[in-house]
Design a protein around this ligand. Structure first.
Ligand SMILES: [Fe+2]
Ligand SMILES: [Fe+2]
Length: 135
């Protein structure tokens, strides 16, 4: 069973972003699987790095759409993305330095890091984009 179950309540009503969110969920689930089977640190680090790279692409994609359509809360949303990137970068840095290891607690952090943003600030753009025909 996946660590994070995708369900329609995570849908932000914009297909391209739903697909990207599913990929992000997939990275977190892969990390959890790797943790469960006791994978090597290098494997965990590679998945985490992929998650971070994909996150940067996804955040930029949302911000570009917001800028294109004049989303009023763009700057607030961008600031939230910056904070989320900083949090996961800090986690990555500590992991590489051996100051932390993956644990259930860290998986909980990653799950909340992702789903709270999707269910909160991302969900808030749903109506705005849908009104403009972006679905
Ligand atoms: Fe976002
Ligand atoms: Fe998002």
């Amino acid at each position: 069973m996946d660590y994070i179950q995708w369900s329609d309540n995570l849908s932000v009503g914009v297909q391209v972003f739903d697909e990207e969110h599913k990929n992000l969920v997939g990275f977190v689930n892969r990390l959890n699987n790797a943790l469960t089977i006791g994978s090597a640190k290098k494997t965990m680090e590679e998945i985490l790095s992929s998650l971070i790279r994909y996150t940067i692409i996804h955040f930029k994609h949302e911000e570009d759409y917001m800028a294109l359509h004049g989303y009023p809360a763009l700057e607030k949303h961008r600031a939230e993305h910056e904070a989320l990137k900083a949090q996961v970068a800090d986690f990555h840095e500590r992991f590489v330095a051996g100051k932390t290891t993956f644990s259930l607690e860290l998986m909980t952090f990653l799950r909340d890091w992702l789903t709270n943003h999707i269910l909160g600030s991302d969900m808030a753009y749903r109506g705005f984009f849908n009104e403009r025909g972006v679905q």
